[in-house]
Design a protein around this ligand. Structure first.
Ligand SMILES: Cc1cn([C@H]2C[C@H](O)[C@@H](COP(=O)(O)OP(=O)(O)OP(=O)(O)O)O2)c(=O)[nH]c1=O
Length: 205
């Protein structure tokens, strides 16, 4: 297998509208395009969380891969799980507050799945990581003020560990980037399978 020193010969496409995922990929110095699809994030409620994030990452990636001829498509999905219940992105201010009331003072698990798909062959590699997150106790007033910031609204579980939400998290067990939405070491492993060595793609920091 030839490993590209840069992804030069290989077009990489990020199938995600998430600015966080874009920023994380940019940090690797990879050149890539962003193409989003509008797949419905629906899944069988009986599906275990690890399968949900892989299923949805695959669905998002396949939708984009099917619309182009060449390129390596990267897609991801993130969910928060507490008491065996899946929390996605809140659809209203009140659901954001409800999610945070549920998470406050407790431990939950964040799952992130990644799918990498070769658009030419539709050969795919899909996997996931999970991280345990401990959140401190929060008063209703703190929750109200945090939700008013707007930050929780497009985040699974209604918080952003990389933002103001960092002040809610006391500790994590596992990969931080899994919580942000793109487990970077897993991404490197999956890209390697397609001949892209992210360690060789560098830019000065
Ligand atoms: C828990 C948590 C989630 N998130 C984000 C990551 C994801 O963007 C989002 C979960 O929703 P996703 O459906 O995984 O992603 P998305 O809709 O933002 O983007 P796309 O489907 O186009 O790829 O929550 C954070 O940014 N920080 C956090 O701490």
């Amino acid at each position: 297998m030839t490993i590209d020193s840069k992804n030069g010969s290989r077009r990489i496409i990020l199938a995600s509208g998430s600015p966080r995922r874009r920023e994380l990929l940019e940090q690797l110095g990879l050149s890539f395009d962003v193409i989003t699809s509008d797949v419905a994030e629906q899944f069988d409620p009986e599906m275990p969380p690890a399968e949900v994030v892989q299923f949805l990452a695959d669905k998002k990636g396949a939708a984009v891969a099917n619309s182009i001829k060449h390129g390596l498509v990267i897609a991801a999905d993130t969910i928060v799980v507490i008491d065996e219940q899946i929390l996605g992105k809140p659809d209203s201010v009140s659901s954001a507050k409800q999610m945070l009331r549920r998470l406050a003072g407790r431990t939950h698990t964040v799952y992130s799945g990644i799918a990498v798909i070769d658009a030419e062959t539709m050969n795919k590699k899909i996997s996931y990581r999970s991280t345990v997150v401990h959140m401190r106790e929060l008063s209703d007033e703190e929750i109200d003020v945090y939700v008013e910031s707007g930050e929780p609204m497009d985040k699974a579980g209604a918080y952003a560990i990389q933002g103001i939400g960092s002040t809610l998290v006391t500790s994590v067990e596992g990969c931080y980037f899994t919580v942000v939405g793109l487990p970077m070491s897993l991404l490197a492993e999956l890209l390697w399978e397609f001949g892209v060595n992210v360690l060789a793609v560098h830019k000065p920091v």
